[in-house]
Design a binder for this molecule. Structure first.
Ligand code: UTP
Length: 293
């Protein structure tokens, strides 16, 4: 059966972005003209995923509101002669079904994914972090390649990996390939935030995964790790240690990860998107040039 469902965890507190995230979800922060999570849904939908299950938490209702069909707003735009703006709401009518469940205590990403278990049942599924975009304007197709590899090779898990500069391995889960890494390869281990010296490669987890429902058995057994949180990485390591087939798929050049979880990469992402804006990008470029002179 093909993979149709994505679990999108969006329940984290986003403390690295305070005070911005005190009363608004980081997943709703604007990058160019859209909120982060809209790009995530558009990317997944373009990869053949049409059911989105959000794991939400306190203060995240703006996400649900964003994907609702707002009949009153549509009527208002028509009545006031702003029909041209209706195109901006076309995403509301995409071929997507939305589901929401709550993570009632923020016990980490692994725990957030485990909250999906009763809804997911026995089907295989994608996990896509709600605060990370891949590729400019949702153009990444890595999830489509991942689900294809997952089915063809009867894998237990497939993980998207992005090559990062050597000094950045300290921020990510880093893959240890079993053999010389090709576009698709089997993983021997995964090391969470290694030192530059200890890193087994420069291939960092890139916020997209495909799993068999068996992942939930591993998550249930996963003890709180770093920061007292239940880590998805620990469950994946347990799968590998158990001899399960965990594959890595490399992101291509145009599938760069934009992480919105910290100001450093959020500022960069916003600037890159704003510079690509068809109406205002050129003007902004001139402004930036004059500012840095
Ligand atoms: P992060 O690892 O960035 O954690 O989440 P965080 O708690 O949101 O942020 P900081 O560390 O306090 O700044 C990665 C993704 O996993 C979700 C987040 O919403 C984000 O989309 N997440 C994280 C959960 O759903 N639940 C959690 O308990 C933790």
């Amino acid at each position: 059966m093909s993979v149709e469902l994505a679990v999108i965890p969006v329940a984290g507190r986003g403390t690295r972005l305070l005070p911005l995230t005190k009363s608004q979800p980081k997943e709703m922060l604007p990058v160019g003209r859209k909120p982060v999570v809209q790009y995530v849904v558009e990317e997944l939908n373009a990869c053949g995923i049409n059911r989105m299950l959000f794991i939400t938490g306190p203060g995240k209702t703006a996400i649900e509101n964003h994907f609702d069909i707002d009949a009153e707003l549509i009527e208002n735009l028509r009545r006031t002669g702003k029909e041209e703006l209706l195109a901006e709401l076309a995403f509301e009518r995409a071929n997507v079904e939305y589901f929401y469940t709550r993570q009632r205590r923020q016990l980490g990403l692994g725990h957030a994914v485990l909250c999906a278990a009763p809804v997911v049942g026995k089907q295989s599924f994608v996990v896509a972090l709600g605060d990370s975009m891949l590729g400019m304007h949702a153009k990444a197709k890595v999830v489509a390649r991942m689900t294809q590899v997952f089915e063809e090779q009867n894998a237990d898990a497939v993980i998207a990996l992005e090559e990062v500069p050597k000094e950045e391995v300290v921020h990510y889960g880093i893959a240890k390939p079993m053999t010389k890494p090709a576009d698709v390869f089997q993983m021997a281990d995964m090391v969470e935030k290694p030192s530059v010296k200890e890193a087994p490669s420069r291939l960092a987890c890139a916020a997209r995964y495909v799993f068999k429902a068996d992942l939930f058995d591993y998550l249930k057994e996963t003890k709180p790790g770093k920061n007292g949180e239940i880590q998805l990485t620990d469950a994946i390591r347990a799968m590998i240690n158990d001899g399960r087939k965990v594959l890595g798929v490399r992101c291509r050049k145009n599938e760069k990860r934009f992480d919105i979880g910290n100001f450093h990469s959020y500022f960069k992402a916003f600037t890159e998107y704003a510079l690509a804006d068809p109406d205002y990008g050129a003007e902004l470029k001139e402004l930036l040039k004059s500012l840095v002179k």
